[in-house]
Design a protein around this ligand. Structure first.
Ligand code: NAP
Length: 345
């Protein structure tokens, strides 16, 4: 007989305006039947790790014509996570398999429309499972596709990465060093700046919160200008970077984290540099690059195992800590990839 168990959930209370607060989310205690889901197309998951990602803030407002849908107030938040299949009526997934992909912010989830493009099987278990929320999951492919596909990097080029201590930034910086680029990153504390230089191998780094003049900080680090800018934060940083790009430079617009909580986004004033400096600036969404995932794994897993790429995570314990962990992204409380451990396997 199917076992009925309690299932704690994180619910979005209402659409959010302004800075995200923990009180915009509430906990709900429900129950769930852990049956085998036979006769349906559904998969029942035990959630092990959840990923805190800044795009989730965008889903907390009413969106129209976006690449993602709004969350539904009153329902559990959804996001990327690592989970174990407890039962499956879907012939693509078997009980006992480990997967990463879209799941609920709850202890157990029923996923009704799982495909091999929304739930990815985990084959290599010699690396920590939590890595599949970051370096081996969606943010990893983002860094890989954004840097190699959009930036056309070459040895000797100068690369600037904002939001550099986040999961995407730390990877892009290391990819750029592997090619032989000169790499500078920005982050929001001394501890993070030290980490960029001592652990991730950035040539230079600065604390954007302490610089009075971002243009001057960039001129100090790049006296001859920037060939490649990997954009994670937007706003004032983008404006200052535009002034410091080299002729024919490339900008990969990955994210604009500084704008996520603003009702009225800041303007960008130096866009004419795109014309005068013949800069190519291109935005991208990782979903368009998921087909590269097998190729990416072939590259990254050996690098991790050989210790040739380093990765820092910030793991919060228990579903109870999830709202606070997500809110913390927007003040930079996390050091490295913010993960929530819901349960051990
Ligand atoms: P992350 O690990 O979540 O890092 C978040 C960091 O951003 C924080 O620790 C904080 O560090 C910094 N931050 C917060 N508020 C900021 C502000 N107002 N100004 C500047 N920095 C701020 O980030 P991630 O997962 O690496 O993601 C990086 C970017 O990629 C985000 O913009 C995200 O939306 C984007 N992304 C895009 C795609 C895509 O398909 N295009 C996919 C995944 C991620 P500090 O202490 O340095 O402030």
């Amino acid at each position: 007989m199917a076992k009925q168990v309690s299932n704690k959930q994180v619910i979005l209370k209402h659409y959010v305006t302004g800075y995200l607060k923990e009180s915009d989310m509430v906990f709900k205690n429900t129950t769930i039947k852990l049956d085998d889901q036979k006769g349906s197309n559904a998969v029942i998951l035990k959630n092990l790790y959840l990923s805190c990602d800044s795009y989730m803030r965008s889903r907390m407002r009413k969106l129209e014509g976006s690449y993602v849908e709004s969350f539904t107030p009153g329902s559990p938040i959804t996001g990327y996570g690592v989970a174990k299949v407890l039962g499956s009526g879907n012939s693509n997934f078997q009980k006992g398999e480990l997967v990463w992909g879209m799941t609920g912010w709850e202890e157990y989830s029923i996923v009704t429309k799982a495909t091999d493009q929304t739930l990815f099987k985990i084959h290599d278990k010699d690396v920590p499972l939590s890595y599949y929320t970051g370096i081996l999951g969606m943010p990893g492919i983002t860094a890989y596709a954004g840097f190699y596909e959009l930036c056309s990097p070459k040895k000797g080029e100068t690369v600037f990465v904002s939001g550099a201590s986040g999961v995407v930034g730390q990877l892009v910086g290391q990819f750029a060093k592997m090619i032989g680029c000169y790499v500078v990153g920005s982050a929001g504390s001394k501890e993070k700046v030290d980490l960029l230089k001592s652990k991730f191998g950035f040539d230079e780094a600065f604390n954007y919160k302490e610089e009075q003049d971002l243009d001057a900080a960039l001129k100090r680090c790049f006296p001859d200008g920037i060939d490649i800018y990997f954009e994670n934060v937007g706003g004032k940083m983008l404006d200052a970077v535009l002034l410091n790009m080299k002729l024919h430079g490339h900008i990969a617009a990955c994210g604009m984290l500084s704008q996520n909580n603003l009702e009225q986004t800041e303007g960008v004033h130096n866009l004419s540099c795109l014309i005068t400096k013949r800069i190519r600036m291109e935005g991208f969404i990782v979903f368009d690059y998921f087909h590269l995932y097998p190729k990416y794994l072939e590259m990254i897993i050996p690098l991790i195992k050989a210790g040739n790429i380093v990765y820092v995570e910030d793991i919060a314990e228990g579903l109870e800590s999830a709202p606070s962990a997500l809110v913390g992204l927007f003040s930079g409380r996390n050091i490295g990839k913010q993960v929530v451990r819901v349960s051990r396997e």
